[in-house]
Design a protein around this ligand. Structure first.
Ligand SMILES: Cc1cc2nc3c(=O)[nH]c(=O)nc-3n(C[C@H](O)[C@H](O)[C@H](O)COP(=O)(O)OP(=O)(O)OC[C@H]3O[C@@H](n4cnc5c(N)ncnc54)[C@H](O)[C@@H]3O)c2cc1C
Length: 488
């Protein structure tokens, strides 16, 4: 089969590896001059920055790609498990270095806050159990194919639904386990932001996310996050996939209900199958003019977006690690702001510093700070004003907690906001993770990995099932490749 893949984001790259490895003739068309989409990098004044994702979880899905391609991963891609997951800071001086070992974390939480260690361990065991029972249904298979629901393992999992905490919120589950300890609850509520959701609304089932870090682990790819893109891109090249950059696809041709070609650079090219890694919203709105779109699915609430200040810092901070969080005083209020399109004056600040693990990412004695706050998706806010105000608030907060003025330490600066996230990767409204998971039905309402109306048209990437984040984007590429293998 001749397959066209629209977009070389990590999901498109994964789909290319799998379909090329299955023997198909694969062409990938990318609008940008580089692969990776959000998972890209840039260098400024001697500082290297990963532009988007900074946390690497579920490395098994990268390993799985190499396995599917019949190659050994080790010579091409290495990563290490983090002994400490995150350094947490609060305004009242509380600090916690969250160990990657659950037992150690539990003991530290008991020591600092008096939360019983066995409660923390029971919570993480529950997280693991939910993942084991629901992971295969919600993440690894299409939710929109009858075959998924007829599988005996899935039927067994369905019987366990009452244990999934689907009818309560993540915050309620965290309060239940953490005896209402505010900081412990906040620490675990933060996991809702891993897919751009709100812990006070997202179902309790999302308490599976801590298991990804404390059960499976958090990892650092040698050389930084962008190495994931490079490794998967080069693997696809070795498997024979062909890549065109600066090649935005203009239209998908549909004849007699079948996708059978794409227009690039004004020219039509014939294909048997088309896979779109472009955001589903823009695939319909820009590439499929005149075709009916699945409006209900496209109008699902978007995930949050992000504001990132990439700062070269001319000093090093021994108290900081690869991942650092400076929590807001009132987490609920922060999410209330996000829900109405605003940014709280006291936002939680995340700093990622890859030079802690890859010293060459910053000049000697300096650090590369990827400083991020969660912000609402773009609904026409006055972003320039919001950014200026948030920058002031972030700098003041960091300076207070670190006990030193941060602004004079900034050697260089770049910015990413919801507008540039949309323009750089065609992500509707700048949402980081496609649609939010703020309702029980979110997983089912997300666009499927195929079109119900147009034959031979498939979808992968963060805006479709199973959702955003590198692991799920990789899984979407797998689901699409498996569907193609079974459909043809
Ligand atoms: C700031 C930020 C922080 C994040 N943090 C994390 C994290 O720590 N961990 C994590 O797991 N995930 C994180 N994510 C989410 C993660 O980056 C995404 O879910 C994932 O990279 C999405 O991959 P994708 O392939 O779906 O899409 P994208 O990366 O958006 O790629 C889509 C590609 O399609 C191309 N394209 C679009 N339209 C066309 C067209 N018409 N023709 C040709 N090409 C086209 C785009 O140029 C782009 O390259 C973060 C995202 C951002 C932005």
């Amino acid at each position: 089969m001749k397959i066209a893949i629209i977009g070389a984001g990590i999901a498109g790259l994964a789909a290319a590896v799998r379909t090329a490895s299955a023997g198909h003739e694969v062409d990938v068309f990318e609008a940008n001059s580089y692969p990776g989409g959000k998972l890209s990098e840039f260098v400024q004044d001697g500082y290297r920055f990963d532009a988007g994702p900074s946390l690497f979880t579920m490395p098994q899905y990268v390993e799985d790609l190499f396995r599917a391609a019949g190659e050994d991963m080790e010579p091409h891609f290495q990563y290490q498990k983090l002994p400490v997951l995150c350094h947490y800071f609060w305004e009242d001086g509380t600090r916690l270095q969250a160990s990657g070992k659950a037992e150690q974390l539990a003991q530290d939480m008991e020591h600092i806050w008096g939360v019983k260690a066995e409660k923390v361990l029971a919570y993480l065991a529950d997280s693991r159990q939910k993942y084991r029972l629901s992971g295969r249904i919600f993440l690894e298979k299409s939710l929109h194919k009858a075959g998924t629901w007829l599988n005996t393992g899935v039927i067994r999992s369905m019987l366990m639904i009452p244990r999934f905490d689907l009818f309560t919120t993540m915050n309620a589950v965290n309060e239940r386990y953490m005896d209402g300890n505010e900081k412990a609850v906040q620490l675990f509520n933060r996991y809702a932001t891993y897919n751009g959701s709100n812990p006070y609304r997202t179902p309790g089932l999302l308490t599976i996310i801590p298991h990804f870090e404390y059960g499976i682990g958090a990892f650092y790819p040698e050389g930084g996050m962008h190495r994931i893109t490079q490794a998967v891109y080069q693997l696809g090249q070795r498997k024979g996939a062909r890549y065109s950059f600066n090649a935005p696809v203009e239209e998908i041709r549909v004849q007699n209900g079948h996708a059978n070609g794409i227009r690039v650079g004004g020219e039509w090219r014939d294909y048997d199958l088309v896979i779109s890694n472009m955001d589903a919203w823009f695939t319909y709105r820009k590439l499929l003019p005149g075709q009916p779109a699945p409006e209900r699915s496209l109008h699902q609430e978007k995930s949050t977006s992000a504001l990132i200040f990439y700062w070269g810092i001319r000093r090093s901070f021994p108290e900081l690690d690869l991942h650092n969080i400076f929590f807001s005083n009132d987490y609920r209020r922060e999410f209330e702001h996000l829900a109405v399109g605003k940014i709280s004056e006291d936002p939680t600040v995340y700093i990622n510093i890859t030079s802690k693990y890859t010293p060459a990412d910053a000049p000697e004695g300096c650090e590369n700070w990827f400083t991020m706050v969660n912000v609402p998706y773009n609904s026409g806010q006055d972003w320039d004003a919001l950014i200026a105000e948030t920058r002031r608030n972030v700098l003041a907060k960091l300076s207070r907690i670190l006990g030193t003025e941060v602004e004079p330490l900034i050697a260089c600066e770049s910015l990413l906001d919801p507008r540039s996230i949309e323009s750089k990767t065609s992500s509707h409204l700048g949402a980081l993770y496609g649609t939010s998971s703020n309702t029980r039905m979110a997983a089912f309402m997300r666009h499927p990995n195929f079109s119900h109306r147009i034959q031979h048209l498939y979808f992968c990437g963060g805006s479709v099932h199973p959702g955003g984040g590198i692991p799920l984007a990789l899984l979407s590429g797998k689901i699409v490749a498996e569907m193609i293998a079974s459909d043809y």
